[in-house]
Write a protein that binds this ligand. Structure first.
Ligand SMILES: Cc1ncc(COP(=O)(O)O)c(C=O)c1O
Length: 382
C-alpha cells in the first residue's frame, strides 16, 4: 500500500466549473473571482473578502496595507511555514520569533509578552494545524499595545472559535487554497477584513495598484453608456500582481461547496487516529486535537525515536513529514533566531501523518498498525 501524506480532493464537480470558465473564455480576474469573494464574505461574515494568488501574497499585502515604518518589528511564531515570516521581510520589517505553547504548539502567550517591545507594530498568530490560538486573550493584549493583528489561517477554513470564525478575530484574516489545504484552487488565497479604511487599497494593491473591476470594465467597452470613460483608471498606490484568476476561482467555487463534507471527513480520520493510537507507548498526539469542534489541515504525533519510526513507516509505503523545522533555526532567519528553546528542541519529535479528505478507513488503519508494529518490533526489543 502507498499512503499519501496530503492530496487534493478534486473531480467532476471541479471540472464542470473549469468548463464554465472556458465556455466564457474568461480565465483572468473576472466574474468567478467576484462570485467566490462574495461567497467567502458571506461564509466568514466579513465585510470584505479579496481573492489573491496565495496566502503568501495575502500575508505580504496584509502587512503592506498598514504602511509600517521600515525596521519596525512583527511578532510571529517560530513554528510555522516560511511565508509567515518572509512576509515580514518583504515589508522591510523585522521578525521577532515567539516560542510555542508546550501543549497546543500555538504561539506561547507568555513568551509573546516577553518578546514584545515598543518597536513591535503587529502580531501574526498562526492557527497551527488548525488548532485555534486563544484569540480571546491575544486580542485584548494586542489592542492594549496598539498592535495590528493579521491571522494566518492557512491551516483552517470555517472553524468557529468561541462563537467567532477564525480569521475574523484580527484586523485581517489570510486563508490559503494551496493544494494541500482544506480546500484548494491549485494555488490561491483569500483575505478578509471588516475595516473600511483598508477596503480601497486592498483591492488596488492586489491588482498592480488599479482600483477598478476588470470584468465590469470589459463589459463597458460595448455597453450603451457611450459617455462612460471605460478605459480610464488611476494608479494611486504601489500594487502587486497578486490577484486570483477565474480559472482558480472556478475550482474554488466547486471546492467551497464541498468544504463541509471534506472537513467532516478529515475530522473522522483524526478521530480514528486518536482512538487507534491511544495507549501506544512513546507516541502522543501532536496537540490536543478536537476534531468535532475545529477543522484541521494536519494531523501528527510526537514520538520517541522519531527518525527511526519515520523510516519504518516509509518502508511500509506510508508518507510522513515534519511541520516544521522552526524558523528561528533556519539559516535565513539567523540574525533574529535561536531564541525559542522549547520548539527548537521539541520539533525533533514531530511526525506529520497522512491526512486528506479521500483517505480511506483502511489506509488510516494501515498507518495506525504501522506505528503499533514499530513499537512491538523495535522498541520492545531494546
Ligand atoms: C502557516 C502557513 N502560512 C502561510 C502559508 C502560505 O500559503 P500559500 O502556499 O498559499 O502561499 C502556508 C502554506 O503552506 C502555511 O502553512
Amino acid at each position: 500500500m502507498n499512503v499519501r501524506l496530503f492530496k487534493p480532493s478534486v473531480g467532476e464537480a471541479e471540472l464542470q466549473m473549469i468548463r464554465e470558465a472556458f465556455d466564457r473564455s474568461w480565465i483572468g480576474l473576472g466574474p468567478m473571482v467576484n462570485e467566490f469573494e462574495d461567497a467567502w464574505k458571506d461564509f466568514t461574515g466579513s465585510r470584505m473578502a479579496v481573492g489573491v494568488n496565495s496566502a503568501t501574497a495575502a500575508l505580504h499585502l496584509a502587512l503592506a496595507l498598514f504602511r509600517f515604518p521600515e525596521g519596525k518589528k512583527v511578532l510571529v511564531p517560530s513554528l510555522t511555514f516560511a511565508a509567515t515570516a518572509t512576509a515580514v521581510l518583504y515589508n522591510r520589517l523585522i521578525p521577532v520569533f515567539v516560542d510555542s505553547d508546550p501543549v497546543t504548539l500555538c504561539m506561547d502567550l507568555e513568551d509573546l509578552e516577553r518578546k514584545y517591545d515598543r518597536d513591535c507594530v503587529a502580531v501574526i498568530p498562526v492557527h497551527y494545524a488548525g488548532h485555534p490560538v486563544p484569540m480571546e486573550q491575544l486580542m485584548p493584549w494586542a489592542r492594549e499595545r496598539g498592535l495590528k493583528v493579521v491571522e494566518d489561517c492557512a491551516h483552517t477554513a470555517g472553524a468557529i472559535y468561541q462563537g467567532k470564525m477564525l480569521g475574523t478575530w484580527g484586523d485581517i484574516g489570510c486563508y490559503s487554497f494551496e493544494e494541500k489545504k482544506l480546500m484548494t484552487t491549485g494555488d490561491g488565497g483569500m483575505m478578509v477584513t471588516d475595516d473600511p479604511d483598508l477596503f480601497q487599497d486592498l483591492k488596488a494593491m492586489r491588482w498592480v495598484g488599479i482600483d477598478k473591476d476588470n470584468w465590469k470594465t470589459a463589459q463597458q467597452y460595448t455597453t450603451a453608456n457611450r459617455d462612460a470613460m471605460h478605459w480610464f483608471y488611476e494608479i494611486n498606490v504601489l500594487g502587486y500582481k497578486y490577484n486570483m484568476n477565474d480559472l482558480a476561482a472556478s475550482i474554488g467555487l466547486a471546492q467551497f461547496k464541498r468544504l463541509p463534507e471534506m472537513s467532516r471527513r478529515r475530522s473522522e480520520v483524526i478521530r480514528q487516529y486518536l482512538d487507534g493510537l491511544e495507549g501506544v507507548p512513546g507516541v502522543e498526539p501532536l496537540l490536543p486535537f478536537e476534531p468535532e469542534k475545529y477543522c484541521y489541515q494536519m494531523f501528527g504525533i510526537r514520538a520517541d525515536r522519531r527518525n527511526e519510526l519515520m523510516i519504518h513507516l516509509k518502508s511500509k509505503g506510508i508518507a510522513t513529514g515534519c511541520h516544521y523545522t522552526p524558523l528561528s533555526i533556519q539559516p535565513l532567519f539567523g540574525p533574529w533566531g535561536h531564541n525559542c528553546p522549547f520548539v527548537e528542541a521539541e520539533h525533533e519529535r514531530f511526525i506529520t501523518l497522512p491526512l486528506h479528505a479521500d483517505l480511506t478507513d483502511e489506509e488510516v488503519e494501515y498507518v495506525v498498525e504501522g506505528i503499533r508494529a514499530f513499537h512491538v518490533e523495535k522498541l520492545v526489543s531494546y
